[in-house]
Design a protein around this ligand. Structure first.
Ligand code: MG
Ligand code: MG
Length: 273
């Protein structure tokens, strides 16, 4: 059952998503060699609670933290740890908040210091693929048009692998609602996109092979070949006027620009033209 949202509900989801992105900006201001995921998670939780919201992931199916912090070959669902980050790490950070009865959800992969050109390209292309997908989130299109656009750009054009086990999702009063939004699929398949549909689009793209494994902690999903993986996510609403991106990565990117320990990715516009 898909819950289509009213304009008023969409605005509440936008509020929640903005807090998520401000939290990701806080992460972007803190990340540097020597800092730990636990340090950052603590600050993020305090910031969300001080803003009158609740962390959306903490306690969800027993998840122990506010943020999913997934370094290097960890694709998603990494549990914040005491291991300090180091020069050359990439760190995928996923955040959810619950505010005014609605969830927000967004994610960003950060690059600490001297990350190789090959890995920066993975980040650039994964981020651009998110926007490629969103361009196709139009009334009259089908869900598969979003999925196909992401897979075509990352896999056919750029020879990366698309994770199959984890997908995007509807969200609203629940963190995960129908429909599932895979990052792989066929054009013209799946449900028709109608106004009021709110979905999280979140390509998870591997430098090497697509296969994954889960750590003994029961959460962290890693690439089986230990190669790097990237993850960028927006929550969007389908409207008569095209896709409305409810989350806003510009807060995050401003924080990255101000942090000398982080390397910025290329804008999607620069890559997609
Ligand atoms: Mg997320
Ligand atoms: Mg999500």
């Amino acid at each position: 059952m898909i819950y289509y949202k009213t304009n008023e509900e969409i605005e509440k989801i936008r509020e929640s998503c903005l807090l998520v992105c401000k939290t990701l900006a806080l992460v972007g201001s803190m990340l540097k060699p020597g800092v730990t995921g636990e340090d950052i998670d603590k600050e993020a939780e305090a910031f969300i609670r001080d803003s009158g919201a609740v962390p959306g992931f903490k306690g969800y199916r027993g998840f122990p933290a506010t943020l999913c912090i997934s370094p290097n070959s960890c694709i998603v669902h990494g549990v914040p740890s005491k291991t300090p980050f180091k020069e050359g790490d990439i760190v995928s950070v996923d955040c959810g908040t619950y505010m005014n009865e609605f969830y927000g959800d967004a994610a960003y992969t950060f690059a600490i210091g001297d990350v190789s050109e090959e890995v920066m390209k993975l980040l650039n292309i994964t981020n651009a693929s998110l926007y490629r997908g969103i361009e196709n989130a139009r009334v009259g299109n089908r869900l598969g048009d979003i999925s196909f656009a992401i897979q075509d750009f990352t896999q056919r054009v750029h020879k990366y692998s698309v994770v199959r086990e984890l997908v995007g999702h509807g969200l609203g009063k629940n963190l995960h609602e129908e429909p599932e939004v895979p990052n792989f699929g066929k054009r013209g398949r799946g449900i028709k996109l109608s106004p009021g549909l709110v979905i999280a689009v979140e390509p998870m793209i591997n430098l090497g092979r697509k296969e994954v494994r889960t750590l003994d902690d029961g959460w962290s999903v890693l690439t089986r070949d230990n190669q790097m993986s990237a993850h960028y996510e927006h929550t969007i609403a389908i409207t008569e006027n095209g896709p409305d991106i409810l989350s806003n990565h510009s807060f995050v990117e401003e924080a990255i620009d101000k942090n000398p320990n982080l390397k910025s990715i290329e804008s999607a516009e620069a890559i997609l033209g």
